[in-house]
Design a protein around this ligand. Structure first.
Ligand code: SAH
Length: 228
């Protein structure tokens, strides 16, 4: 992650505007999602070497062999989550912290779990610096945990929304058990590590779940007790 200087140039801003146009042309229509992604300096969430590519619609490597998700993927998952201000949201896979900031700026009370301690530490520090430097308005202080997100965060449950940003072989039961009635989980699911289908499960009044299946994506694996 590029923490050397927290600078957002006109060039960055211009490239970001073009990226937002591209996301719109690819079908992202949620105005709030597009607006927060227009504000967040994604180049600060990538290693310095990739900075000049930060506004291409691509995933890039971060520390620990992980990736920062492609902007389209972030927008797609976030749009499906349909965040309302004050939603209590659990994110599995803090990674670079970029998706976390998108959720926070949409007004979510964020809980985020990462299995790599280093990534968690770097993200916590970077988010603090970016929020301060750019005077971003955050309604709730975020909560971070290092551990196996496939087990959820029982002490803080239930959640209104859960977003899994790594590829799961199946939807972990422990996670859906931590959803509020009316709440939903967005998770890429696939029997192969090559591609996954985006799935949304929504908890109904009777305790059952409705399932919707969306487009195909390719994520890094969700490792852990209820993962790969
Ligand atoms: N949301 C991130 C995407 C990071 S990639 C971003 O915006 O940058 C997915 C992340 O999930 C990786 O950092 C990986 O280490 C993490 N991960 C994989 N399995 C996990 C698990 N069981 N619990 C928590 N984090 C996990």
């Amino acid at each position: 992650m590029n923490k050397a200087e927290l600078i957002d140039t006109f060039k960055h801003q211009g490239q970001r505007n073009e990226l937002i146009d591209l996301l719109q042309s690819k079908g992202i229509s949620n105005a709030s999602v597009l607006e927060v992604m227009r504000l967040i300096p994604r180049h600060l969430f990538l290693p310095v070497d990739f900075e000049s590519h930060a506004y291409e619609d691509k995933a890039f490597p971060i520390e620990e062999g992980q990736t920062i998700s492609q902007p389209y993927t972030v927008a797609y998952q976030t749009q499906l989550l349909n965040i309302k201000k004050g939603d209590k949201v659990l994110e599995i896979g803090t990674g670079s912290g970029y998706q976390a900031l998108v959720l926070m700026m949409l007004g979510a009370e964020l809980y985020s779990i990462e299995r790599h301690a280093l990534l968690s530490q770097l993200s916590i520090a970077l988010l603090k610096d970016v929020i301060k430097a750019f005077k971003f308005k955050i309604d709730y202080q975020p909560h971070f945990l290092v551990g196996d997100g496939t087990k959820g965060w029982l002490q803080k449950a239930p959640f209104d929304k859960i977003i899994v940003t790594a590829a799961a072989p199946a939807v972990p039961k422990a996670l859906v058990n931590q959803l509020n009635v009316g709440g939903s989980i967005i998770i890429p699911v696939g029997q192969s590590l090559k591609t996954q289908k985006m799935v949304r499960l929504t908890k109904k009044e009777d305790g059952n779940f409705s399932t919707e299946v969306f487009d195909e994506f390719s994520f890094v694996p969700l490792l852990g007790e209820n993962g790969w």
